[in-house]
Design a protein around this ligand. Structure first.
Ligand SMILES: *Cc1c(COP(=O)(O)O)cnc(C)c1O
Length: 428
């Protein structure tokens, strides 16, 4: 067993002054038991804890670090940006540079607004969709997580699912009332709701690949059917690509599945490890955003030079030749290894992957929505998680979170991971 004495001591201190000892719930390891490890350093594919242990990391700050930890070019650019000042609350050339990179990658967007988190992006996009359509209701899918804004914490995934609180106390019923939820991949359910009350529906918001209940893929034709239905009834289709953006493909799930949403939300990768989100869409929709139009949305630190710099450097590296080929080859190598390890260990699992995001479910059933994801054996997952951590592999501390690949991972990292997985599966 690895020594975690210092981490345990710090967790005790943290719990006394920070709710649950953490600044975001899933970090607390509640779903898997045990104590979280406190990290002091990351470099490439690895992170290092306060007790001197190292781990091959597939959490990657929950998705953003597609280049791995502390990429030298990103850090160098950040240092030089920091020396010039961290924020001005005035426009800078860097905002135009990142906006151009984003718009080029996502042709469905004519204009984009930078914010500070994915939560801000989805919350603002929904406000704009409501302002644009002058309708109040929204449709979301069960298990999709769109940040923690009121009205979106209804049948949400991520921590909300892990802890079994689909509806959080503190969210007024009057907010949740305007949120209609239906099962992912269920086009008939969507048709029924839209036929009944399309006049009140402002938008459909969706994770095109659901990363917040693991990794649930859209069935063939599902996204196209959602697109066709929303278009027919003048409902704004919002793709929440905060996780899938630059991960399923450079141009996100919309590039991979060839769907043109009306609005898109981004975050995670476009901040290169700093707090960034973005939302954008068609010109006629985005032109109602303040100060061009009447829908208010603002941010003191939005578009700050440090976050823009980290995003720009990250996207520039992703644009280099062969990057996505390498990411695909690493991800498929891990996929083959993990599937094979499960087979050899005789453990029933289902593995799903979309580009650089993936999930192994401890179930023998096909997973295509929230209910089928719930068939996974979470006790078995917890034992697997502990086994992996003890063998120096960091995966998300919940069955219902995606794993992520980075450019910094090596074939040798993956071999070690697969060996650790086999050993951990045998004992799960
Ligand atoms: C992470 C995530 C969010 C929320 O982003 P934060 O930066 O954590 O606020 C929203 N939507 C999706 C799909 C996400 O994965």
């Amino acid at each position: 067993m690895k020594n975690h004495r210092k981490s345990e001591k710090l967790f005790k201190q943290a719990k006394a002054i920070i709710p649950g000892g953490v600044n975001s719930p899933v970090r607390a390891f509640k779903a898997v038991g045990g104590n979280p490890v406190f990290i002091v350093k990351g470099k490439g594919s690895k992170i290092y804890d306060v007790d001197g242990n190292s781990y091959i990391d597939y959490v990657l700050s929950w998705g953003p670090l597609i280049l791995g930890h502390a990429h030298p070019k990103v850090i160098k650019a950040l240092k030089s940006a920091a020396e010039k000042g961290t924020s001005f609350g005035a426009p800078t050339p860097l905002e135009i540079e990142l906006a151009n990179l984003v718009l080029k990658a996502y042709p469905s967007m004519d204009k984009v607004r930078m914010v500070n988190s994915g939560t801000e992006a989805t919350m603002s996009a929904i406000r704009v969709a409501r302002g644009f359509t002058k309708r109040d209701a929204i449709i979301k899918f069960e298990g999709c997580y769109h940040g923690h804004a009121d009205g979106l914490l209804v049948k949400a995934g991520s921590g909300a699912m892990t802890f079994g609180i689909p509806d959080s106390p503190g969210v007024p019923e009057s907010y949740a009332k305007n949120t209609i939820t239906i099962p992912f991949n269920d086009i008939d359910a969507l048709k029924t709701v839209i036929n009944r009350q399309w006049k009140s529906i402002a938008c459909v918001i969706i994770e095109p690949v659901v990363g917040n209940i693991g990794c649930v893929l859209p069935k063939p034709g599902f996204l196209a059917a959602v697109r066709a239905l929303t278009k027919k009834y003048g409902i704004v289709l919002i793709f929440d690509e905060v996780m899938t953006g630059f991960r399923v493909a450079y141009g996100g799930a919309q590039e991979h599945y060839r769907i043109k949403p009306d609005m898109t939300c981004l975050g995670k990768v476009i901040g290169g490890g700093l707090p960034v989100g973005a939302y954008g869409g068609k010109k006629e929709i985005m032109s109602i955003v303040s100060p061009e139009g009447p829908v208010y949305q603002a941010g003191t630190l939005s578009g700050n030079p440090l976050a823009m710099t980290a995003g720009i450097e990250t996207l520039k590296i992703l644009l280099e030749k062969g990057t996505y080929k390498k990411l695909e080859s690493l991800s498929s190598m891990l996929e083959r290894g993990l599937k094979d390890a499960a087979k050899r260990a005789g453990v029933a699992t289902r593995f799903y992957r979309a580009g650089t995001m993936f999930c192994t479910y401890f179930t023998n059933k096909e997973v295509y929505d929230y209910a089928t994801a719930k068939t996974a054996d979470t006790a078995k997952f917890s034992r697997f998680f502990s086994g992996m951590l003890d063998r120096g592999v960091n995966i998300a501390p919940s069955q219902f979170e995606a794993g992520f690949m980075s450019l910094a991972h090596s074939a040798s990292d993956i071999e070690k991971t697969v060996r650790a997985a086999y050993e951990s599966l045998k004992r799960a």
